[in-house]
Design a protein around this ligand. Sequence first.
Ligand code: DGJ
Length: 767
Amino acid sequence: MLGWLGLEKSPMFAFILKTFPSLPSIRPLTDIPRTLVAGTSLLFLGVCASAQTAAPQAPARTTYQPVFRLDGGNTTYAFGVNERGELQQLYWGGRIAATDTITPAKSALEQASFDSSYNNTPQEYAGWGAGLYMEPALKVTFADGNRDLVLHYASNKKIDDQTLDIVLKDISRAVTVTLHYQMDPESGILARSATVENKEAKPIVVEQEAAAAFALPPAHYTLNYLSGRWAGEWTLNRETIHQGQRVLESRRGTTGHQNNPWFAIGKGGAGEEGGEVWFGELAWSGNWRIAVEQDTLDAVRVTAGFNPFDFAYPLKTGEKLESPVMYAGYTRHGYGGASRTLNKFTVSHILPNGPTPKPRPVIYNSWEATEMNVTESGQERLAEKAAELGIDRFVMDDGWFGQRKTDHAGLGDWYVNKEKFPNGLKLLIDKVHSLKMDFGLWVEPEMVNPDSDLYRKHPDWVLNFPGRPRSEERTQLVLNLARPDVRAYVYGFLDKLLSENDIVFLKWDYNRNWSEPGWDQVPPNEQKKVYVEFTRNLYSILEELRKKHPKVEIESCSGGGGRVDLGILQYTDEVWPSDNTDPLDRLTQQDGFTRAYPNQIMLSWVTDSPHWQNSRATSMTYRMLVSMEGALGIGANLDKLSAEDLATIKRLTAAYHGVQKTVAQGELYRLISPTNGSEFAATEMVAPDKSQAVLFAYVHSTQEGRGFPRLELIGLDAKATYTLTSIEGKTLDGTPTEASGLWWMNHGIDLVLRGDFQASAFRLDKK
Ligand code: DGJ
């Protein structure tokens, strides 16, 4: 009001503004009407992913404010259109009754001239415009330089009971965003993504595009996220969410070891097995960002999508840009409940062979034994020894191709090295088959060494800025997979390799991050599309290869766990979590890894002792029992192991085969987490039908004679009887070999486990 009266320049006005900064009416009105829903007729929609169908929601204040609702598992998600026409989140939490009414959206109050309603309102997908200081979901620049984007609800399309599209449109420009929602009826996990379309007569540039934004009401929250580095991935961090923003991201071209696109947010005192937890994961293997932000009113917002850093994606008239998918869920069962819900969903809905992928074969991998010194006779000898141990799959790692003797040469030249394999790969593969194992091979398709025929022929194929240095890491450069010719080359050599050889498994490696990400084949304003097109081409190669070679399985490896995310997992069957194979380090890594990803895909090798990374010496039993928590693999030098160690591997590999399905696909309970300096650790996996449970227990260094805490099991069938069998052969004084589910869950098991790096494992089978 004061602004209208022309008083804003008066000393009196300055005084009033200083004294009452929250006066709502001092902001001058803008000239653009930020008004109501564009072209909507009366629309009220109840959407329900379950058998129950919610009654249409009646509007409380106006007749043009639709409310949308999705129910699945124990979760309800609801949002609606507020009186200004913005799409606003209304509820995300425990499932409410189908008959419950959800109050239509009402924008939040303006708290002060500095805290506008536009910022305080938890929008589902906010455009950067109208003075938005919170993280925008979408930011664009129009051809005329205008950068104001205010998205209002335009229409909706119900696709089925679980799936809904909502169209938003700018208040005056022809830019639309279609928000895609799909609720999984079983887990309550919501898949959200967005498609931006330019319907303007001139091009626009998309500078930021999220898959989704989520909101949580004011409360005390704890953010959980994963961080790390090469050979030190999967550190679980827990920190109180304070005002401001916490950014989890990768600017490295791919997912990265440093942060993983996963989060979990616990409310109040949420713990491992109780309390409210919201969690989410972005399915994207290129530059990504998740911004967790507490606003000035203590509400929290999570915005996830393409990383806006160095991002610009031009859209000509009629072109679209689709975001990655963000999966998000809710549980009342603590952090353990969150990981069980998410991991079950990943196994059922993300992995290529879901919903019931076979547990992974036990592999032998030659890397730590031979590094690049692979030869036909050496590999055959290892294969013979591996077969003796009960290994299912023999994998030859780096070194078999081109002029590969060290990491200085050969990448890009995917022909078999004749010095090392005078007969090609056939003799080795036949030998492996004759030993009743199948054969897998290492490749690193997106890389090239400058010392290679490929680079000498196509120096322009790498990411680079012409005339600038090309930074090498591990003496290699990144091929620009966004280029159609590079994509064709990579697909072509892989297809040929798989067509000419009986290979059922590729370990797909990727050993550096991007630098100088130029793409001078396309006009300057198109070059930043590389961040999206590279990843899309990677996915399309994987998809096409799998279609043409359906029996081939693929491991995602990037110098360990640098490319693990739900995007790549749509096309790969397992991952290599870390180059760090020290068993004690692996215990904490496995604890962190399984927060976000299932045991099913968590490859874990047993390697030599003392360990190359930290010189720690551990027993073969301890190493085996640590790796048996995931997909067991052997990576030790079999030529050097003692007869006793070989016998231990053989015995425990056989035992592993008997419990593997439960380990891989059961419900995981972290009875004692190895994090925070705990000297003890214990995990329990329970088969989905509760017919079997597997228990692993570890100590790394007991002190002052402290005994192992009693282990009360979780998730068994209370009424059933279970027999207890030791996997590594320890006997337990005073513990029955047979008791009810109630006994194991209420009384629990007392272990005698003392010393350094000791481990025990048991299986419980329902009678
Ligand atoms: C990095 C991987 O993580 C290792 O397992 C091994 O395959 C090497 N690359 C080979 O160069």
